[in-house]
Design a binder for this molecule. Sequence first.
Ligand code: NAD
Length: 475
Amino acid sequence: MGSQAVDTFCMTIDGKSVLTELTIPVINPATGSPFAHAPSATADDLDIAVAAAARAFPAWRDTPMVERKAALIDAAGIIEAHLAELTALFTREQGRPIEGAKGEIAGAAMWLKATTMLDIPVDVTEDTETRRIEVHHVPLGVVCGIVPWNFPVLLAIWKIAPALMAGNTLVLKPSPFTPLTTLRIGELIRDCFPAGVLNIISGGDELGPLMTAHKGFAKITFTGSSATGRRVMETAAKDLKRITLELGGNDAAIVMPDVDIDTIAETLFHGAFHNTGQVCVVTKRMFIHADIYDRLRDRLHQLARQTAVGDGADQGNRYGPIQNKIQYDRVVNLIEDARSAGLTLLEGSPVPDRGYFVPLTLVDNPPDDSRVVVEEAFGPVLPLLKFSDVDDVVSRANDTEYGLSGAVWSNDIVQATAIAHRLDTGTVWINQNLQSTPFTPLAGAKQSGFGQENGLAGLLEFTRPKSIYIPKVVS
Ligand code: NAD
């Protein structure tokens, strides 16, 4: 079961498959050529989806929590049963090699199940002889979910699981670059829920703004760039919609002189180039202590030369292409800017000359104000920066508009923890990277976000508090 490929992709609206007259092409980034089409929702399709979600809301809100959780667990089982089919499709549209693609699909199923281990509490703020005050966390209504192309499935599940578990209904839109796996999952799991509870629609660039402006939504949960996040916030302000924004990052790793380079180099390397550098929380600036700078730089360069980059469908490639042409052009432009500024670029292994491939590239100690350091590359370009003083490196690491995550590498855990407390980010890892759990909030500081996902705090973002004052003495 679950291995045959499908070639027609439908939206899920009101529990049914919906096709559209117009479609958008979906390109395999390893070839640069379209291989399938996705529906292109019109404003009418959006209205129908929002109306279906609104109709489904009261009954879903009143469905016992245990049944809502059971529906999510069923959905996870269906995704697991279709792992092979979904993985192959994911690699074709997203570009990531099979192992990593499988990890995301399996991770999404795990996340669905793990979220159901959370419980929404009733807080009691007063309980006296005369009265009891209970704070309930009630669902908001119809939620709008908007997802980017770098982790299209996991980040969709990060919205589906808490929104539905908390009793909301949802209209979710994947990125126009990676709609297919999400649409397919919608078809597969839709019968786990009553019609209208989970709607998945796809479309081009115009669909996101139509959604954020739609008056039928009580909340927008958005993951994407900080630039788009600002536009989402502006539009949401018109109706005072609730929002959660998970945005960009320019995450620093600080590598202290006492580390064992041989032990950590591979983890540091993957922490920067995972998913070809297209992860919100990969290391995007690596600060290395001067005492070990040359040795670690050379070791990272050696790893880049040894690492195969190519079509994710071919065995043996660790990293794939950049996911789309716009991002490819941005990254190429950033590298060209660094080259023309006279910076030293250290390239990795050669890459295929078709599709959207860029060699893994290290930049050898560029100035802090160079574009490759200041901007979020979101691609396989890593500036290595030399430091010798802790206060100086903390201030340089914090000198960015972003504040998503950071990492400190040292054998002195006390000192590393002290540094971690000084980083202005939502997450800091010590001697590890790329970690997140269903029980821990991911919350960007500064321009990296507004609100949070995951954990009880992330779940409660899909609710509002409702305080009920209950007298104990009948007046
Ligand atoms: P993007 O902002 O271009 O697009 C994200 C989504 O928003 C897509 O579905 C897109 O169609 C939609 N969209 C575009 N314009 C819109 C508008 N005006 N109104 C509403 N929706 C609109 O981002 P991207 O290029 O797809 O993703 C890369 C960015 O996402 C990076 O900056 C990365 O750091 C960030 N990201 C953040 C997290 C996190 O958890 N903080 C996770 C993954 C990616």
